[in-house]
Design a protein around this ligand. Sequence first.
Ligand SMILES: NC(=O)c1ccc[n+]([C@@H]2O[C@H](COP(=O)([O-])OP(=O)(O)OC[C@H]3O[C@@H](n4cnc5c(N)ncnc54)[C@H](OP(=O)(O)O)[C@@H]3O)[C@@H](O)[C@H]2O)c1
Length: 257
Amino acid sequence: MNIGFIGTGVITEAIINGLIKSDYSIENIFISLRNKTVSMRLAGLSSIISVFKDNQEIVDRSDVVIFAVLPEQAEEVLSQLNFANDAHIISLVATVQIEKIRKWSSQTANICRAVPLPSVADHNGITTVFPPNERAEELFGHLGQVVPLETLEAFDAFVTAGATMGFYFDILETASQWLSKQDIQYQDARCFLSALFSGLAETAKNTSDLTFSELRTGHSTPNGLNQQLSEDFRAAGGQDALVKALNSLQTRIVKDA
Ligand SMILES: NC(=O)c1ccc[n+]([C@@H]2O[C@H](COP(=O)([O-])OP(=O)(O)OC[C@H]3O[C@@H](n4cnc5c(N)ncnc54)[C@H](OP(=O)(O)O)[C@@H]3O)[C@@H](O)[C@H]2O)c1
């Protein structure tokens, strides 16, 4: 398999780091020069990675093209390229619908969208794919779990919930800053909270028969400390604020598409 990437940024670097550590059968990985720092770093990782200044060369040499530029760059970049009638394109570009990708690239190409998470680098990711697509599912299946989705509504809903990544780190930072104010070194706070949340994530992964609500109850002694914190947060509007933010983001995603 020859895999090409147009756009060599954060997510491309994560995918390639995952691919070269995987047992997926790849002959070549072709990447665009931009971003130069990232492409040079990647080129040093493996002899199967080649860098091209001209995006068309990547398209011409690849069995599958992974399109990973920013939404506002997508039309300009794609419109300059010629794709074979049977090209395979996996677009990672957030909020840009397949109809637009098709209009800017090829009417007959096999096109799907995917949202991999950065942890694909460690084969620990989960990637949503819309619509279900054999090639994309096989590729990302080597980098963690894959969720093929039949409807755009479901795909957009997962995109919305996936945007809680930044919020997750906000929780860690807020708790770390609070600990720092209690004269705890930031690094000690960071170490404690990373281990705490990593353990909880493992528990959640290993107890798929339990709901998160059941896990919360299981981790909260009646009238105990965890229960109090949870209830205080809810009473202060914490949960409502998150649902409001999710609804607002969903509206934006549907409107932008
Ligand atoms: N980061 C994530 O976790 C994630 C996850 C799933 C999907 N996505 C989506 O994937 C896309 C890329 O995200 P990202 O975080 O990787 O962004 P990024 O780091 O900003 O990468 C975008 C890349 O596109 C390059 N580029 C711009 N114009 C180009 C051109 N004409 N030809 C070739 N390359 C060009 C940029 O190069 P320069 O730096 O030189 O401009 C940059 O390397 C976005 O649409 C995003 O929504 C991101």
